[in-house]
Design a protein. Structure first.
Length: 391
């Protein structure tokens, strides 16, 4: 189980005191430049390939060491870097039973002044045991992939009440399986320009423009697309522990070789930090996204509802959970029918933190996909135990 485990880690991210640049890092990595950690887990996975039928289940034993570096190299510049390999052993996987994955993260955050900052992040992962499996892929297909995401953000205050930011992101996908690669290998670029105005001390009016470009490596003339987004909204801090954000707008999507489309877009979030290490977050978004069967469907209209919660039962025991409900519409290409699809993802974890160095967790994940396209349906359960120690 990883959804709720990630929730717990995110809930423990805290600003580091006495740093010139705000750069939250896990509690286990605070106060020292270098951290070495090791995580081991045992999980039972009911559907390791995410098949719609004839599911293959297996116990999965994992070991994942991590080396991390976090330091203010100057009074204005913070650097973080980490490397985390993972070895998974499957007791009942057809073919290769031992899989090796790894992740590399690099970040530089620099403050030119108290109101002008730049943040550069690059994250690379080579994943052999995907957390989110692709719907509709034939049984026993190797879904291993490589993904690199680079982000840049520059923010400044134009006046006392007006702030502006420029953002850019490029994401590269490459699948190990040749057939999947010909279908899904792509590069996604996203650029954005945003401005905000302090209407009240606790409220900011926000306007934003984004441009997205999706370029496929093979047969792009029939799959590539570009989108222009225009959004407006409000960031509101109702109280010290309660924040809300809303973005509403429109997307103008141009598809190469297919019909173009104008669609609404929405992003609504609410977070309540009601106690130490305890919070409730909820939200809704509506967007048009890529799908895993690009030969039949151009893309997917997704309504995404989510609730995340973390609650400290005691100072040493933390419960966390996440629920995603995603009714969507797969938009068929010319001559193909649309398909309704509903995805439900649930994760829960109970974590015990006896010391600053140790984290022990029990977890459970549930994934369910119901679809008019029977080949895309999936039921997957994972339950496991894990232990992590940071040196």
């Amino acid at each position: 189980m990883r959804i709720a485990h990630i929730l717990l880690i995110c809930g423990l991210l805290l600003p580091v005191a006495a740093r010139a640049v705000y750069a939250p890092i896990p509690e286990q990595e605070q106060g020292k430049a270098w951290t070495v950690s090791l995580r081991a887990s045992a999980v039972h996975d009911s559907n390791i390939f995410g098949g719609p039928s004839d599911e293959i289940s297996s116990y999965v034993y994992s070991a994942s060491p991590k080396v991390a570096f976090n330091s203010s190299v100057t009074d204005q510049t913070f650097v973080t870097a980490s490397y985390q390999p993972t070895v998974d052993h499957f007791t009942d996987r057809p073919g290769t039973k031992d899989l090796f994955s790894h992740e590399v993260l690099g970040r530089v955050a620099h403050a030119f002044s108290q109101t002008t900052t730049i943040d550069l992040i690059d994250f690379f992962q080579a994943t052999k045991n995907p957390e989110s499996l692709l719907a509709g892929i034939p049984l026993n297909t190797d879904q291993s992939f490589k993904r690199n995401q680079a982000d840049a953000r520059f923010a400044t205050n134009v006046t006392e009440k007006i702030a502006a930011s420029v953002k850019a992101r490029t994401t590269l996908y490459r699948f190990d399986n040749a057939t999947l690669g010909r279908s899904l290998d792509r590069t996604e670029n996203l650029y954005g320009l945003a401005g905000s105005y302090d209407v009240l001390p606790e409220a900011k009016a926000v306007g934003e423009y984004r441009r997205q470009e999706v370029a496929y490596r093979v047969a792009g003339g029939n799959k590539d697309k570009t989108s222009d987004y225009f959004l407006g909204g409000l960031d509101y801090k109702a109280a010290e522990k309660l924040t809300a954000s809303a973005r509403l707008g429109v997307e103008f999507r141009h598809r190469d070789g297919e019909r173009s489309q104008t669609a609404p877009t929405a992003e609504l979030t609410l977070k309540y930090d009601y106690a130490q290490q305890s919070y409730l977050a909820a939200g809704y978004s509506y967007a048009v996204e890529e799908n895993s069967n690009i030969a039949v469907y151009t893309d997917t209209k997704v309504n995404r509802f989510f609730v995340n919660v973390q609650h400290a039962l005691t100072p040493l025991i933390v419960a966390s959970g996440s629920l995603n409900y995603e009714p969507s519409l797969l938009q068929g290409r010319r001559g193909q029918r649309n398909a309704d699809e509903t995805t439900v993802r649930f994760g829960a974890a109970l974590s015990y933190l006896p010391t600053k160095n140790w984290t022990l967790s029990a977890s459970y994940d549930y994934d369910r996909v119901r679809s008019d396209d029977a080949g895309r349906e999936m039921l997957r359960n994972r339950a496991g135990l894990s232990a992590a120690y940071a040196f």
